[in-house]
Structures are given as C-alpha cells and as structure tokens.
Design a protein around this ligand. Structure first.
Ligand code: ACO
Length: 363
C-alpha cells in the first residue's frame, strides 16, 4: 500500500512592526501610489527578533495544530536564503528549541522557492519510508540584508515565517504532483552582493549589501516559470485549472500573480493573495499564505491547492496538494514573540547603523 505525506499542522509567525508605504516615502524618493500601482504592496513587517525566534514560534504553532509533540519530530527541513547561521545550520537550532533530539535536520536554499523545494524533499522521504513525519519551514529575515537606500528593492520585501507538519498517511493526500526547475542561465538578474562568503573574503562586511536586480526580466521569467510549472504539475495528475479550488502563489508582486493566474486560466476569485499586507517574504510567502487561506476557510476538505513560485537562481516550481479532511487545528499554543517596543522605521535605522560600524567576529 502506498504511503502519502498528509499536511496535518500549519502555523505562522509575523513580527508585529508594520512598515507602511508612507513610512518608506519618508525615507526614499518613492510614493504610496507608485508602490501600490506597480506591486500591490501596502505594508510589510520588520523583525525585532531573530529569524530563529520567528521560525520557532511558527513551528510550535504548527506542531500544536497537528498535536505532534516536538520530541517526536523525525526530520526538519529549514527553507531560507537569509541564514543567521551556516555552521551550525538553522535546522539544528530549531531541533534544540523544539526538543526533537536526534532527528534529521537540514537547511535548504533555493531563495523564494525554498519552502516548496523543502516540501518536495520531505514528502519524498516520508513516501519512501525514511521518516514518518517532518516539519517544513519557510522563514526569512530580509531586513538586515536590505539596502535601505535603494528604492528599486527596499519597497518590495518583508520578514516572516511559517511551517507545516507532514505525517505519513494511507490516504491519498498531501503533495501529489510537482514540477521543479531553474533558469540558471539568468542567475545574474538577481544577485545580492555582500551576502555570502565570497564577499567577506574580499574584505566586504557581510550584510553590507547592494542588490543587482533586473525587475522587468525577473517579472517575465517569473510568469513563464510559474505558468509552465503549474501546467506541468496539473498534467501529471490529469487535472485542469477548473479542478483547482485555490491557488496560493508566491507573493512577490500582485501583477505577477494576476499574469500567472490569467495564463493558468484560474480566476482571481480562486487565488489567495496577502502581498498587500506582507510584501515579498521570500520562502515564507507560500506557507504564510497557505496558513491564512486555511484559517480564513478558503481551503475545503479534499480541495486541490496549487502553489506556484519562483525565486533567485532563477528557480521556479509549482506544487499540487490535495488537502485532507481536517481544516481546523487539533490544538493551540500560547507561545509568542516578545513584545516590540520600537517602530519599524526605528528598527530599520538600527540595521543601517549597525552596517556602518563593523565589529570584529567574536572569538
Ligand atoms: N518608487 C518610485 N520609482 C521607482 C521605484 C520606487 N520604489 N522603484 C523604481 N522606480 C523607478 C525606476 O527608477 C525607474 O525609473 P526610470 O524609468 O526613470 O529609470 C522606473 O521606476 C521603473 O519603472 P517600471 O519599469 O515601469 O517599473 P516596473 O513596472 O517594471 O515595476 C518592479 C518595477 C515592481 C520591480 C517590477 O519590475 C517587478 O515587480 N519585478 C519583479 C520583481 C520581483 O518580483 N522580485 C522578486 C524577486 S525576489 C524573489 O521573489 C525571488
């Protein structure tokens, strides 16, 4: 009998500090009108804590939702491109926080598609009998790596995290078809200079970034990659757009989402969007969107949910999930982030100040 990997838990964590378009217009030569009309984004969140803390809260909420004790987790896949730690990895830190002693723990970076690539990896391991369950995270802290003087990119991104729990099931549900790919020949259209060991070895302060970002070319390739991947994933199950109850796409730009939905033949009424409130949280956008779609009652038992995405690389993919019977959590937790005393603008000013006063690495 086949084994499937049901999604049994979901949880998100958004930092409370809100950075509005008006806030950005006070810092940069931009306007609410420009940002809203070009991207759909009205506000985004800025973290006052570490990414590890956001991921922990999201993970505990997802575990409570699945009623799975942290100690029973067998695999953690931590999808991110904004690592706070590379050695040891982020996943091992989360393992320690949730008390999943001894479980497999890996980080996975395909930029904004990291959560979905992670969903593929974890689902395969469950279906092949390597593990019985997994916690898959999409978490990002973009704000410390943002060039807050560059209006081309500073208006687009936000911080956040979300997680899902997968558990082995005899029911045919969870991730049932996907298509993964990458336009490696176009990898230079999105490069964050100053984020990676190569820059540090040239004497550049890690995190002191400048963004190489060809917005229009990213736009075109994103629409192409997500549309083709969506068609391929549906074809693998012999389904059409009419079978998709809800699409939860990567949230980078409302116009990109509208273009993909049009090409895929899915009306916007069946497309979940929250880019207006959070901006592009990279790998966190799809799991946060999925969480909110379930919380808002937009995912019915047995629904087909399509999740197309793209990210730096330029990676792209689409994942087709069949939801199970349960659309409500089995449990909840009181865990939360500590309160935030500062405004988003103050948090950004702190980031900018830190970048101009490099401190030597701790011994
Ligand atoms: N405020 C005001 N003006 C701006 C701003 C801003 N925040 N940003 C850029 N501009 C200016 C530029 O300087 C340029 O001016 P110029 O024409 O005088 O040189 C002009 O606006 C560019 O305008 P358009 O070309 O019309 O902008 P476009 O409609 O292409 O929108 C955007 C730009 C929003 C970046 C769009 O191309 C886009 O969304 N691309 C995809 C980006 C994306 O999704 N990135 C995510 C990648 S990361 C990831 O998810 C993996």
């Amino acid at each position: 009998m086949s084994t499937y990997a049901a999604i049994t838990g979901w949880g998100k964590c958004l930092p409370p500090a809100v950075l509005s378009n008006q806030d950005l217009a006070g810092m940069l030569d931009t306007s609410d009108e420009w940002i809203t009309s070009r991207t759909g984004i009205r506000e985004r969140r800025i973290a006052h804590v570490t990414m590890a803390e956001m991921a922990h809260v999201a993970a505990e909420r997802a575990l409570a939702c699945a009623a799975l004790p942290g100690r029973d987790v067998e695999l953690i896949v931590f999808g991110t491109c904004s690592f706070e730690d590379q050695v040891p990895n982020m996943a091992s830190g989360l393992q320690q926080r949730i008390g999943a002693a001894g479980c497999a723990a890996m980080d996975l970076n395909t930029a904004c598609t990291s959560f979905l690539y992670g969903l593929s990896a974890a689902t395969s391991m469950i279906r092949n009998g390597v593990v019985k369950n997994a916690l898959v995270i999409g978490a990002e802290i973009i704000s410390p790596y943002m060039d807050w003087t560059d209006r081309n990119v500073a208006v687009l991104f936000g911080d956040g995290a979300a997680a899902v729990v997968l558990q082995a099931s005899a029911n045919e549900e969870g991730l049932l078809a996907e298509k993964l790919g990458c336009f490696g020949e176009a990898r230079e259209i999105l490069r964050i200079h100053g984020m990676g060991g190569a820059y540090a070895n040239r004497g550049q302060l890690y995190g002191l970034t400048s963004w190489q970002f060809d917005g229009q070319e990213i736009f075109k390739r994103a629409v192409l990659g997500m549309s083709e991947a969506s068609a391929a994933a549906l074809a693998r199950r012999g389904l059409t757009a009419a079978d998709v109850q809800l699409a939860v796409p990567h949230q980078a730009n409302l116009r990109i989402i509208e273009a993909v939905a049009k090409r895929a033949g899915i009306p916007m009424a069946r497309v979940f969007t929250n880019v207006q409130r959070y901006g592009n949280m990279s790998s966190a956008t799809v799991p946060v969107g999925l969480c909110e779609a379930v919380e808002e009652g937009r995912v019915e038992p047995g629904a087909w949910v399509l999740m197309p995405a793209f990210g730096g690389g330029l990676t792209w993919c689409a994942h087709l999930v069949r939801w199970g019977d349960r659309v409500t959590p089995l449990g909840t937790t009181d865990i939360d982030l500590p309160p935030c005393e500062r405004s988003a603008v103050e948090l950004i000013r702190e980031v900018a100040a830190r970048k101009t006063t490099p401190a030597p690495a701790r011994a």
